[in-house]
Design a protein around this ligand. Sequence first.
Ligand code: T4K
Length: 398
Amino acid sequence: MKRSVDDLAIFGGTPEYEKPLHIGQIYLPEWADFVNEFEAIFERSYFTNHGPLVAQLEQQLAQFLGVKHVICVTNGTISLMIAARALELSGEVIVPSFTFPATVQALSWCGLTPVFCDVDHDTHLLLPEKVEALINENTCAVLGVHLWGKACAPAALQMLCHKHGIRLMYDSAHALGCSVGGVYMGNYGDLESFSFHATKVLNGAEGGCITTNDDDVANRLRTIRNFHADHTHMNSKYRINGKMTEAQAAMALLGLRNLKKNIANNEELYSAYKRHSSTWDHVRMIDTENHDDENNFQYCVFEIDADASSITRDDLVTVLTAEGVLARRYFYPGVHRIEPYAKSCSPELPVTEKLCSTVFQLPIGASVRTDDVQRISDLVGFIMRHGDNISKKLSSSR
Ligand code: T4K
């Protein structure tokens, strides 16, 4: 418990956590189950190229999500690249800048031009009316992001894309196990792309998948995922090695067994943050619930009131990091501010600009307990109460 500002680790005090707490989910399977699965892989001596575990994972995910096709791939970035190729996109794609760079970089790898669209201040999601204002004769698709597991206007965007004869794809890296209208994400647009990175709620170490209810799109996805002719008997101008390994599939299958339990753990932590954060000065917690529906609570997201607070978001993150609370600035800077996009475009994105300087995430996932949330909350509350003094001390030490 900090009694004075001098007790903060950044000013020479003892850090709150010796072993840092981080944002990543890092849910692990039982060691014995992991060993069993890997012994079986060694016995089969079959490590990749659409092995039995990948087939099992695709079938189990399809059943869980209620979607016709699941195509497992190497990671969530390759997944987006294969997805864009499968939809045979060419021209401009409307996409938020307030996202992880991979969303946009995948488009660039496919020779597509990202057109950045601003997001809603409260939900951080694309707004269909802002999207529509950017559609022109060069637009071939909208790439929506179900950020923080919240549904990005699937019905409205679908109608809009249909009206303009363009494709709709989703980056659903945050949205495994999230639903809207009783339907799991994975069933919207022409296709959706997921990530099974270690920091995600389903941990394949790396990995991802694309989901679709369209047979033709599924066939093209399977063709592009593999570099030479295979059972899809289809030709494609672009192909790549995007295959998931048996090791990744083994991890993800074990994770899938515990998915509901891990999500329940996240939800408990999210609720604890919700209770405690209401007492902090000048910080609000972003509501990432899909009310009446499911969320995976993969991220706990906060926004600092930059006008009222005497400490900046960046200083808050620096002070927390020194305490071993590895808060993150997802997403900073906005993708439109990084190369190569910064050089080629200067879109008007006032909400994105603001969010990039005010939003931060606090630790959640396997390594965090509810009493950690209490400790982190006491710390954030303390820092916000003494923001003025801390800021002055930080400035004089720079
Ligand atoms: N679309 C969206 C919307 C995304 O958020 C992402 C990825 C993608 C697409 C692309 O999907 P992938 O190609 O990655 O499958 C992390 C993750 O690496 C990335 O997957 C994720 N989004 C992004 C939001 O976060 P970094 O560069 O911030 O990761 P890093 O290494 O700083 O890790 C975050 C924290 O987790 C650290 O404090 C350390 C901890 N950690 C990390 C790893 C990898 C661990 O404790 N153990 C680990 O194994 O991107």
